[in-house]
Design a protein around this ligand. Structure first.
Ligand SMILES: *[C@@H]1O[C@H](CO)[C@@H](O)[C@H](O)[C@H]1NC(C)=O
Ligand SMILES: *[C@@H]1O[C@H](CO)[C@@H](O)[C@H](O)[C@H]1NC(C)=O
Ligand SMILES: *[C@@H]1O[C@H](CO)[C@@H](O)[C@H](O)[C@H]1NC(C)=O
Length: 398
């Protein structure tokens, strides 16, 4: 009676699995056993149950992954709707390409990086001396501006400019550094040089923003008096030629040059460990006790857990060896509680098969990574190095 009840349960479950496209027919297999002894039938039923449990967890994982994708896309949409402040998103300039919003979104939101007036007036250049004295008080300023010199992008000087330059008497320069991209819109003081005093005129402060592609936009306003005019630093023409992965730097604020951003860091994280025995069925966290490499000490041999010590891009690999015919063996790489990658083996004929899986991902500091043996059977001995887990930090993000 008991066996019968179990058999019915197995059949029902297999139907559910079968409906999802599994071609393996459990019912036929069991009916073919009906002339066998009770013990053999029971063994067959138990084996089937083990297989189905494995199937069930896999399906559950797939469902969880789908739910996660759904929630993430939902959250993104919600964020867009409430207008999350894009200006402060991301923690540094090097993350430029990881912004979750497209440029299209920024345009829609009225980002000054896309909504500026081109101010291409050669007389504003720091190397020009004109007889005409220009005064920016006579100009109707509205919104944001980007400085150009004959069609080439440049920026305001960050250093005192000699008098009678920039087509005016008292040239206006930015009394503070240009912002980084992560700083968003900042307010900066503006100074006018006159009679040996670099800040003789403390003009109305202006707003500045750094844009993607190494240029700045300024929200100019009417200066405090005449003759004052905003300057365009001819030395910064070089900045317009910087690549995306470079920034324009200057020590003296006179000579500027493009400098590549450093992505790689000296921090070294590498580990490689193995499990020197056999694994059967469900093992929540494989405790790879034989540690061969652990540079940076981010892998804990007691728990089998790797904990990211810095933010960056990591690569992992994990392997297994299996020999049980008909039995599915699944090892999963678990990243922050999510099942990220599987090492799957399923052999139909008597043989032995090794499986190696790799995974590369961006991790925040403190992220937890380990391997779970979800089902099946894995084989190793002290010397075989068949059940292994390892990884490296490829590039650190500041
Ligand atoms: C089981 O045995 C019966 C008779 O004893 C036979 O007719 C039937 O074909 C057998 N079934 C299988 C699957 O061997
Ligand atoms: C200012 O600098 C630009 C670019 O180097 C140059 O083409 C121009 O002739 C210079 N103007 C003066 C007046 O020196
Ligand atoms: C910057 O990008 C260019 C290609 O656009 C590449 O050749 C160069 O190696 C990169 N430099 C750095 C420091 O990443």
């Amino acid at each position: 009676m008991v066996v019968l009840a179990v058999a019915v349960f197995v059949m029902l479950s297999s139907c559910a699995v079968g409906c999802l496209g599994n071609k393996n027919s459990t019912e036929l297999k069991l009916w073919s056993m009906e002339n066998q002894s009770m013990a053999l039938q029971l063994a067959a039923v138990l084996k089937e149950m083990e297989r189905l449990k494995c199937e069930q967890t896999t399906l559950q994982q797939q469902q969880n992954a789908l739910t996660q994708v759904y929630i993430t896309s939902h959250q993104k949409r919600a964020q867009k709707e409430v207008g999350t402040n894009i200006l402060t998103y991301g923690s540094n300039d090097e993350e430029e390409d990881n912004l979750p919003f497209s440029e299209e979104d920024s345009r829609k939101r009225g980002d000054p990086c896309f909504h500026y007036t081109v101010l291409d007036q050669a007389w504003r250049a720091t190397n020009t001396t004109t007889k005409n004295k220009m005064c920016d008080r006579n100009f109707k300023w509205k919104g944001w501006y980007r400085l150009f010199y004959n069609g080439k992008s440049l920026q305001m000087p960050e250093k005192c400019v000699p008098v009678n330059k920039c087509g005016t008497q008292s040239p206006l320069w930015l009394a503070g550094p240009h912002p980084k991209r992560r700083e968003g819109i900042v307010t900066r003081r503006v100074c006018g040089h006159w009679k040996k005093n670099c800040c003789a005129f403390r003009s109305t402060p202006i707003q500045v923003k750094k844009c993607r592609g190494n240029y700045y936009v300024y929200k100019f306003t009417e200066p405090s008096s005449c003759y004052l005019a905003y300057c365009a630093d001819i030395n910064t023409l070089v900045c317009g030629r910087c690549r995306r992965n470079q920034s324009c730097v200057s020590r003296d604020k006179i000579n500027w040059r493009c400098k590549g951003k450093k992505r790689m860091s000296s921090k070294k994280i590498h580990f490689f460990a193995s499990y020197p025995g056999q694994l059967k069925g469900k093992v929540n966290r494989v405790k790879y006790s034989k540690v061969l490499v652990n540079v940076g000490r981010a892998f804990d041999r007691r728990t089998g857990v790797f904990k990211a010590p810095v933010k960056g891009v990591y690569q992992f690999f994990f392997s297994t060896q299996t020999a049980n015919t008909g039995l599915k063996t699944d090892l999963w790489l678990v990243v922050n509680g999510y099942w990220a990658a599987v090492s799957h083996t399923h052999i139909s004929r008597p043989s032995t098969v090794g499986s190696l899986s790799t995974y590369m991902t961006f991790l925040h500091r403190g992220a937890v990574v380990y391997v779970t043996h979800n089902c099946g059977s894995s084989w190793a001995n002290a010397a075989s190095m068949t059940i292994t887990f390892g990884g490296s930090l490829l590039a650190q993000w500041k």
